[in-house]
Design a protein around this ligand. Structure first.
Ligand code: ADP
Length: 458
């Protein structure tokens, strides 16, 4: 209950953080849908603005050009309004964007229109502010106007005589309709491109949803896996103490510490002791797994004689071999092969591998060989047991893997021994290989680095 509560609390506390952490791809996806279209919009607006500005400048330039070209004729024809009227009409006919054009001449103290597209304007005074500025500054003045007749540019171009007096004023109006139509067209096109981009991104995201789901699932599995490891580690620690207590009591009972036992009671207690030992092995294996997975397996390597260790392990297993009527022998030419490893861990490994050889051998022998080759000590454990099929051999070093068949179903084990052995050997720069022929026997080969010389001086 406590554990469940702790897990729930942990999950709710970290759920927000977890969501952002584990859904990174999803958040990137949403950011893409927002950022890319935003960049496209900014880029389009910028380009449209520049395009508009360029066109406007071009129109202004056109107005000045018309003024410059017509200036000389106009100066010459100021006294013949009929000719000027023809110039105005011809100019307007040639420029489709030019919607209005009139010429005002200085007479008395004001500028009076003497030629105009709109003939009704002829004879009226020019009193617009922009015109006034153009006359005052003696420079062309342009301004953008929007009224009921549409949007246009109005340009006032002063004509100056040799004495730098403004003698006449040209006023032109250019329609911006074409530019505006072009700009709206561009905006429309960029919106279409934008819509297509958003659609493509959404389609991409949709097709990747499965990938996101897998990523989320993978992270969840990792977290559950960690919770499971933590639980196993804690449960094994908690189980260890009562199991040790039980084993001690069984030993004391069998030794007669609480009085003499009948044959039947002794047999029952022995059976219970066997089960308690099995439980103890399982708990020890689980503890080793969690230590190895969390990188907490203590390894204290030193130089030691592996042959002595092999003798010691064989002696401890001799009773088991005798019980099974399996011969247990050790062959070695050398008397001493020093290796650099953790002696206690190596004892654990050897007990496991030689124990397996005895466990999975119904009759025959288990033989050990040791030699030193190319900087390594090579230990071989060969048995004449049930062997392992080629298919099963590929799974041997997987956690909890056990070969299940008629001959193994009554043999107890956890399927953790080989995984633990391989991991521990790896931590000591050692290796393990298994060769086996089903119904013939198995040979396990292990290597360990030879001892490091304490003093390199000869
Ligand atoms: P277990 O606790 O089941 O023995 P191990 O990890 O030590 O777990 O071994 C995994 C499996 O490999 C065993 O279940 C057994 O089927 C097979 N195996 C290991 N050693 C031998 C052997 N010497 N001969 C035949 N089979 C073996």
């Amino acid at each position: 209950m406590k554990i469940e509560l702790a897990i729930r609390l942990q999950m709710s506390n970290t759920s927000k953080k977890y969501f952002f952490k584990s859904n990174r791809q999803l958040i990137y996806g949403i950011a893409l849908v927002i950022i890319i279209p935003m960049l496209v919009v900014i880029n389009s607006l910028f380009l449209i603005k520049r395009f508009n500005k360029t066109l406007t400048l071009e129109q202004h330039r056109q107005a000045v050009l018309i003024g410059q070209i017509t200036e000389s004729f106009i100066v010459e024809e100021l006294d013949s309004p009929g000719t000027l009227q023809t110039i105005v009409e011809k100019t307007i006919a040639r420029n489709s964007e030019l919607t209005d054009f009139y010429i005002s001449q200085f007479s008395g103290n004001e500028f009076i229109t003497i030629a105009a597209v709109d003939k009704e304007r002829i004879g009226t005074p020019e009193n617009g502010t922009a015109a006034f500025f153009a006359i005052q500054s003696k420079q062309s003045v342009a301004r953008r106007i929007a009224d009921s007749s549409g949007q246009y540019w109005e340009v006032h171009y002063p004509i100056i005589d040799d004495a730098r007096n403004v003698i006449a004023l040209l006023t032109m109006k250019f329609s911006t309709e074409a530019i505006d139509a072009e700009t709206s067209n561009l905006i429309f096109q960029s919106f279409i491109i934008l819509a297509v981009i958003i659609l493509v991104i959404i389609l991409l995201l949709a097709s990747n949803t499965r990938l996101f789901q897998y990523a989320i699932l993978y992270r969840r599995l990792q977290e559950i896996d960690k919770l499971k490891d933590d639980f196993i580690s804690m449960a094994s620690h908690e189980l260890r103490t009562p199991i040790t207590g039980l084993r001690n009591y069984f030993s004391m009972l069998l030794e007669g510490s609480f009085g003499k036992l009948t044959k039947k009671t002794k047999e029952s207690i022995e059976m219970m002791q066997g089960n308690a030992n099995r439980l103890n092995n399982l708990v020890e294996d689980l503890l080793n797994v969690s230590r190895l997975q969390q990188g907490r397996m203590p390894i204290q390597p030193s130089n030691f004689n592996v042959i002595s260790l092999l003798h010691e392990v064989i002696d401890s297993l001799r009773a088991t071999a005798k019980e099974k009527h399996v011969s247990l022998t050790f062959e070695s030419i050398d008397k001493k092969i020093s290796v650099f490893a953790d002696q206690n861990r190596m004892r654990q490994v050897l007990v496991n591998i030689i124990g397996n050889a005895l466990k999975y051998t119904e009759k025959g022998s288990v033989t050990l060989f040791v030699s030193s080759e190319k900087g390594s000590a090579v230990i071989k454990i060969k048995d004449t047991g049930i062997g392992i099929s080629p298919e099963s051999q590929t799974h041997l070093f997987e956690k909890f893997y056990r070969v299940i068949n008629n001959r193994t179903q009554n043999i107890v084990g956890t399927g953790l021994g080989l995984w633990i052995t391989k991991e521990i050997l790896g931590l000591m720069s050692g290796k393990i290989y298994i060769d086996s022929i089903e119904n013939t026997g198995t040979q396990v080969t292990m290597t360990l680095p030879l001892a490091k010389p304490l003093d390199k001086r000869k």
